[in-house]
Design a protein around this ligand. Structure first.
Ligand SMILES: NC(=O)c1ccc[n+]([C@@H]2O[C@H](COP(=O)([O-])OP(=O)(O)OC[C@H]3O[C@@H](n4cnc5c(N)ncnc54)[C@H](OP(=O)(O)O)[C@@H]3O)[C@@H](O)[C@H]2O)c1
Length: 319
């Protein structure tokens, strides 16, 4: 099969298309023909790598130990192992392979209990492929923050993959949502249902005196000093993109006040995918797509995502 191999750490040129053996399913696995994937900030961080020491320690010192990057996909099941009961050949599915990657390729095996679900019929494969990165992250972190109806939440970086999903999921829970993004994305974030949108190029949200129950920094660009000014005394700060400095700041904040800080990772489950499918089918969540590339254009796709200003998501069509 055709796959993109990350031949080392560095610029997008380290990503090379090569022929590799097609995987075969075993135990309770299914084989999926991937029709679309996406380039996400996470894979760009690994390819660079950023932060260098942490990525190399976790994922391979000289080059990524999982050479085929990519975590999300939408496609069709083409083979099932005898123990599989939940899926059958021909099922249209979407999912997230998490830290085992492997979706910049024509085929990928998944266990039937992994973060895998039947694709919503209303979405194309390109649209479905972009949901499981930002969608699972936003859903898992908003659950960790116990977001509830009537809460006032500020979502910083509301125009990215995680942010666009977070705005919609928070609205589906009847929260009062304020999104923060740049001028170019204001209308898009409003169209997702945000009650208020603050353009960070014109206004610093921490200077308007409004206090929030939950503040979520979905892109890791927010000043934690600003967040502290605008968070209620027992509010929750969500840092799904925390770098080591933010983690120390966050830990200090939670130790020295009644505020809680939610960070680190989360467990990807089939239930998260099923819940996202339900949100889509009930009209509460829709994908936001900025650009679409082909697998042969993977270097261009990475270079674009690395600019850190994509609106929503970048699709890669495979077949
Ligand atoms: N903890 C986890 O398990 C987990 C899982 C997934 C992702 N993450 C992390 O979550 C972060 C977000 O991922 P993502 O894929 O959503 O990112 P993304 O889509 O690549 O973010 C792009 C967005 O960031 C916005 N942005 C850039 N600079 C900004 C600034 N100074 N202030 C406000 N917004 C700014 C841009 O909006 P404008 O153009 O309007 O500025 C753009 O829409 C990443 O750091 C990723 O590593 C963590």
């Amino acid at each position: 099969m055709k796959a993109v191999i990350c031949t080392g750490y560095g610029t997008p040129e380290v990503l090379q298309i090569q022929e590799v053996p097609t995987p075969t399913p075993k135990d309770n696995e299914v084989l999926i023909r991937i029709i679309a994937t996406a380039v996400n900030s996470g894979e760009v961080r690994i390819r660079k790598p950023d932060p260098k020491f942490f990525v190399k320690l976790m994922l391979g010192w000289n080059k990524p130990k999982y050479p085929i990057l990519g975590v999300v996909f939408s496609g069709e099941i083409v083979q099932v192992w005898k123990d599989v009961t939940k899926f059958k050949v021909g099922d249209q599915v979407f999912g997230n392979t998490d830290m085992t990657f492997g979706t910049y390729a024509e085929y990928r095996c998944m266990k039937e209990d992994d973060a895998l679900a039947i694709k919503p019929e209303s979405l194309s494969h390109a649209e479905a492929a972009v949901i499981p990165f930002g969608g699972t992250t936003a859903l898992a972190f908003l659950r960790k923050a116990w977001l509830q109806s009537g809460h006032k939440i500020l979502i910083y970086g509301a125009s990215g993959a995680v942010g666009t999903a977070a705005v919609q999921i928070a609205k589906s829970l009847w929260a009062h949502v304020t999104g923060v993004c740049s001028t170019a994305n204001v209308d898009m974030v409003k169209s997702l249902g945000a009650d208020e949108v603050i353009d960070y190029t014109k206004e610093n949200f921490s200077e308007n005196g409004i206090i929030y129950d939950i503040i979520m920094d979905s892109v890791g660009k927010m000043s934690l000093t600003d967040a502290t000014k605008s968070l209620s005394e027992d509010g929750i700060l969500v840092l799904n993109s925390a770098m080591p400095g933010d983690m120390i700041h966050g830990l200090w904040l939670s130790m020295t006040s009644k505020r809680k800080v939610v960070m680190w990772g989360f467990t990807l489950t089939a239930e998260l995918m099923t819940y996202l499918k339900w949100l889509i089918e009930t009209g509460k969540l829709r994908p936001v797509i900025d650009r679409t590339y082909t697998l042969d254009q993977i270097q261009e796709a990475h270079a674009y995502v690395e600019k850190w200003h994509k609106s929503g998501n970048v699709v890669v069509e495979i077949s």
